[in-house]
Design a protein around this ligand. Sequence first.
Ligand SMILES: CC(C)=CCC/C(C)=C/CC/C(C)=C/CC/C(C)=C/CC/C(C)=C/CC/C(C)=C/CC/C(C)=C/COP(=O)(O)OP(=O)(O)O
Ligand SMILES: O=P(O)(O)OC[C@@H](O)CO
Ligand SMILES: [Mg+2]
Length: 229
Amino acid sequence: MYNIDEWKHIFKLDPAKELSDEMIDKICESGTDAIIVGGTDDVTLDGVLHLLSSIRRHSVPVLLEISNIESVTPGFDYYLVPMVLNSQKKKWMMDIQQEAVREYGDVINWQEMLAEGYCIMNDESKVYQHTECTLPTEEDAIAYARMAEHLFRLPFFYLEFSGTYADATFVEKIADELTDTKLIYGGGITTKQQAAEMSQYADIVVVGNSLYDKPKEALKTVKAVKQTS
Ligand SMILES: CC(C)=CCC/C(C)=C/CC/C(C)=C/CC/C(C)=C/CC/C(C)=C/CC/C(C)=C/CC/C(C)=C/COP(=O)(O)OP(=O)(O)O
Ligand SMILES: O=P(O)(O)OC[C@@H](O)CO
Ligand SMILES: [Mg+2]
């Protein structure tokens, strides 16, 4: 339906946080390639439906990044299924997803499902603590990237720095390991310079929290990424 291979920039909106209708309109008309609806805490069906109905007034593609089964609803273009590679618990990598497929497997439209291998690098982020991660070294992260590409053949490897900006040389090293699996970088992008820098290495950059904290600057990241490509 959409050419995901051409996507470079995505905004991530959290169903548990407030944004004005005016801001949602600006985000949707910013030229971003897609919107992800997703978050860690307090993601409810009501919150997801509320955001979806506002975003659907625009033509931008919209994806639900599933954080719990209770908040999944039809109406999205795609569904991202996180698998947390550096969790200590099999639950967050395999079991929770297996339970969902066991329950709903007969009705899943597999064309709409996209798996993401998450490597969570900020030990202070909510998602790191929630999914009971261990902090990878550079060698560990490279190994996860190689597994995503060569063993699991995942469509996406998500280098997650949620709330903090990474060292670009580290992101470059991870990018060098990936050919078919696309590298998504997310974390701490608040300026157009940062967006442009990460866009040199990641296939897709994701901008989340700065939409809530520094919205004017966040909106400028779209153009910065498009100019780099
Ligand atoms: C369309 C339709 C109705 C289909 C029905 C069939 C169906 C239900 C299909 C689902 C198929 C499937 C396999 C689903 C998996 C279900 C599931 C529960 C997966 C769990 C995924 C997971 C490991 C979640 C943990 C949390 C996580 C990784 C969330 C991702 C989002 C994220 C990283 C947010 C960042 O949060 P953070 O920045 O730390 O937080 P704040 O910004 O709030 O500070
Ligand atoms: O909120 P920020 O830090 O921009 O991170 C974006 C995204 O990777 C969060 O899942
Ligand atoms: Mg967030």
